[in-house]
Design a protein. Structure first.
Length: 500
């Protein structure tokens, strides 16, 4: 075990540096970009050290930092990690490093503040994934709204005000319900520690109400159908790096919250409602895939694709409830599939939004019809983009296949119909992904080529790094299984024991 507060460093280092960039006017574009790059690189290296030092054979929380914060209310500054937290911290630090590399060639007014908000967002995300006091978790969770609101609201597109207000109102509504549930649980437990909630004995009616409150709060963040409509607007208006961080990491906070709160606390209610929740997930997977196919805006297409792919995450989580007591092995496969799907989607969606941002720089349009025939001008870029579109389709050998395969396997353990309907998504995701690739990369370009030139070196580095990790996770996912196995197994076991 490390003898220094590694989690506090991961949380507060980017926040402090980000605040310096935001409040100081002394940093120019090049110096602020360099500071951001060095900070995100350091955070990534420390997160790798966290991963290397983490004992994946132990089911205990590790790297625990617990200090009294508000003694009168029994609230603690309580940070710790398990395998689920470590995997998402790694994803967060990696994506933010890529954003720093990509943003080095972006030319935004007041770039110091722009980059500073991304650093603050990185620290808040790591705090959310490592907080085990519910009030601390809630503060980090809710604070995520602020930097993302400013990133979209200041540097977004023409309709950014509408998109940010819609995003803020949706997420604030869900968060209020979540806070009420946390206060109710803390009153019963006499503690705000998340794990103390797990031992509470709740009536069925209490569980149903708490599940619905948490479901709305976390479901909006994922987002689940039908509370997903804020996401396409936010993606369309966000700058490229804003879309990347939103799709690749922010959406995962909702899935993480469901695993932390819903599974261990509202087990009986979850079992009762599991088939309804699986139905909502299937609607997201199938119906939203058709919506994605109909889009002519590239960003909207990938945004709706995100809703469909995150449907696999919620399906994997609620399959745990459905399979509990019937097939615990399939339940474990479903939860691991949900986690791997979150990591995979984080990588692939980041890559696709980077690709769209690169094309937008030349065409100044997100419409498919204004970006035909890119391959004849940008062959290396086009090779990389078609790879990510194939991965988005669930191509075997890429990370996009692993998580979906596990969730489909788990679904078959519950119901052949669930598995069949989920498997249909492989055809649907291939349809809209290949539609985008066919038209944008290989369409008949009768117009001026919009000044397309091959992507810059920093952009090649970003996309190549994502290719490597998408392939590595697709071909050899054992390192992620080893990281997640014990934590996932402990969740399944503790839920089963709690019902005994």
């Amino acid at each position: 075990m490390l003898d220094y507060p590694i989690l506090s460093i991961l949380v507060w280092l980017p926040i402090i540096v980000g605040l310096m960039l935001v409040v100081s006017s002394d940093f120019g574009k090049s110096s602020s970009a360099l500071i951001t790059l060095l900070t995100t690189f350091l955070v990534f290296i420390i997160s790798i050290k966290l991963f290397q030092s983490y004992d994946h054979l132990s089911g205990e929380l590790q790297f625990v930092e617990k200090l009294v914060w508000i003694s009168g209310l029994n609230i603690f500054y309580y940070l710790a990690v398990d395998g689920i937290s470590v995997s998402l911290i790694l994803l967060t630090s990696f994506i933010n490093l890529l954003i720093a590399i990509f943003a080095s060639s972006e030319n935004y007014e007041n770039k110091s503040s722009y980059l500073g908000y991304f650093l603050i967002l990185e620290g808040l995300l790591i705090g959310t994934f490592s907080a085990f006091d519910s009030i601390l978790f809630y503060i980090f969770f809710e604070s995520l709204l602020i930097p993302l609101f400013l990133i979209i609201g200041i540097w977004g597109g023409e309709n950014r005000k509408y998109a940010t207000i819609k995003f803020f109102l949706y997420t604030l509504f869900g968060s209020v319900l979540m806070l009420i549930s946390i206060l109710y649980l803390a009153n019963l437990a006499g503690s705000f520690a998340i794990r103390d909630f797990y031992s509470l004995t709740l009536s069925f009616e209490e569980e149903v109400l708490i599940l619905l409150a948490f479901l709305i709060g976390f479901g909006i963040k994922i987002p689940m159908w039908p509370v997903h409509t804020w996401l396409p607007d936010a993606h369309v208006e966000a700058p490229t790096s804003g879309s990347v961080i939103l799709a690749s990491v922010l959406l995962k906070v909702g899935g993480y919250g469901m695993i932390r709160f819903l599974l261990p606390i509202t087990t009986e209610a979850g079992i009762y409602l599991s088939e309804y929740m699986i139905f909502l997930s299937l609607v997201a997977i199938i119906y939203i895939s058709f919506v994605a196919f109909a889009q002519e805006d590239m960003k909207k297409l990938i945004a709706y694709s995100s809703v469909a792919h995150m449907g696999f995450v919620t399906m994997g989580i609620f399959l745990v409830f459905n399979l509990l007591g019937k097939n615990p092995t399939a339940a474990e496969i479903g939860l691991e599939g949900a986690m791997i799907q979150m990591i995979s989607h984080g990588l692939i969606s980041a890559a696709l939004f980077f690709c769209i941002g690169i094309m937008y720089r030349y065409s100044h349009s997100r419409l498919i019809k204004d970006n035909y025939g890119v391959a004849q001008f940008m062959p290396i870029f086009s090779f990389l983009m078609i790879f990510f579109l194939m991965a988005n389709s669930g191509l075997p050998g890429t990370s996009g296949f692993v998580g979906e395969f596990l969730v489909i396997t788990s679904a078959l353990g519950s119901s052949f119909l669930f598995g069949l309907l989920a498997a249909l998504s492989l055809i649907l995701s291939a349809s809209y992904s290949l539609k985008l690739g066919k038209n944008v990369l290989f369409g008949d370009n009768q117009k001026n080529h919009q000044g397309y030139i091959e992507c810059m070196n920093n952009e090649k580095i970003v996309l190549s790094a994502l290719v490597i990790f998408v392939l590595y996770l697709g071909i050899s996912p054992d390192f992620l299984f080893n990281l997640l196995d014990k934590s996932v197994n402990d969740i399944i076991t503790s839920i089963s024991i709690g019902r005994a």
